[in-house]
Design a protein around this ligand. Sequence first.
Ligand SMILES: [Fe+2]
Length: 199
Amino acid sequence: MMVAHSIFSLREELRFYVRRYAPDIDSFCGKALMEDHQTAFIAPQRLKGTEAFLATELLTSELSRPVVEAVRSAVNDVCWRQSYGLDDANFDQDYLDNYGWFNLIAPSGPFISDSLRLSIGFWGQGLHYPHHWHEPEEIYLTLGGTAIYISEGRASVEGGPGTTICHYSNQSHALDFSKAPLLVAAFWRGGELEAKPRL
Ligand SMILES: [Fe+2]
């Protein structure tokens, strides 16, 4: 099975955005974003959170809109997943019905990299992503909507389309979606790239 055209288009839109508008992310990723990745077919999967994403109008900017549109076009070709379940504190059914993410670049594919993970995540308005941390360093790139980014050791930042937020290895952080939903690209490097964050 081949990796769908829409997934290639989404990678191109993100590369274009990063190359022109996000030099911090470009240098964070090094070659791992722009290289000619091997691919792995991953069976598509939709979640309730996928439907919630499709039903949500997101604030975008002129610059981020093409990326958000590329995400919408790839919705049926990617594998939507969740890191948490009902066994995790602070995650209930309403949370799980309005949230999801998929990998674009990761050790497991669809674009294969051992040194970079790029995933796209959606959270509906009203949710709160409690404090969590992970070994990989991270940069969030806000694509659509707005979040209040709460990071240990610094003042909270309310960020809309184009806002980037960095976390060092194991820096605790939380996200507040009380004001708006969020579509975000998360870039990870170093450490165990596909491990579940700790809560
Ligand atoms: Fe994170």
